[in-house]
Design a protein around this ligand. Structure first.
Ligand SMILES: Cc1cc2nc3c(=O)[nH]c(=O)nc-3n(C[C@H](O)[C@H](O)[C@H](O)COP(=O)(O)O)c2cc1C
Length: 165
């Protein structure tokens, strides 16, 4: 894969995250997990290119993100739609997602991603905050929360971008 700067990303990341979906992956060679996300974004904060990621606390992946400084967000071609569906509907507590999907993990110093990815954002956590009821301005947001499972928002520096061209 080729390393590019975050400013050279060609993707419309609103489409990539919202429509194509991405995998969020954290952990190490001994133990890692991945899950599908379609909420989030990228931008600039504190003068750095950043990713915004929203993870509910009940996700198994949540523990891996909490316990590691880095995670990756990765995008795939259409042929992996079913793989991403599986990673977004099954828990790594119950199945080995890499084995079930055929996605091949690549381990780096920071966080794993999968060999088949077409775009990888390597993210270093900078800030985490739980969304909360008191901060809600538009009450329709409450429809997304039945229990007290407010997403934790992570703001992460995008420290490296890899593309498969
Ligand atoms: C298309 C799609 C998008 C999703 N986006 C998110 C998200 O942004 N945040 C989140 O917490 N869960 C999201 N999920 C749910 C998790 O991917 C799902 O609960 C997954 O099974 C968690 O796996 P884990 O328990 O192995 O971490 C999404 C699921 C799908 C199918």
């Amino acid at each position: 894969m080729k390393i590019i700067s975050a400013f050279e990303i060609h993707d419309n990341l609103i489409n990539t995250i919202g429509k194509d979906w991405m995998l969020v992956t954290a952990g190490n060679r001994e133990k890692f997990n991945t899950m599908t996300v379609s909420w989030g974004g990228t931008g600039i904060l504190w003068n750095k290119p950043v990713a915004f990621t929203f993870i509910r606390p009940q996700r198994y992946t949540f523990d891996f993100i909490e316990n590691n400084q880095y995670f990756t967000m990765s995008a795939y071609g259409d042929e992996f739609r079913n793989a991403l569906k599986l990673c977004g509907t099954k828990s790594g507590r119950d199945i080995d997602k890499a084995k079930e999907t055929g996605l091949i993990p690549v381990f780096t110093e920071e966080a794993p991603y999968f060999e088949q990815a077409r775009l990888v954002l390597v993210c270093r956590k900078m800030y985490a905050q739980d969304l909360n009821e008191q901060s809600i301005i538009d009450s329709s947001i409450l429809n997304s929360y039945n229990g007290n499972d407010y997403h934790r928002m992570y703001v992460s520096e995008i420290v490296r971008v890899l593309v498969n061209e």
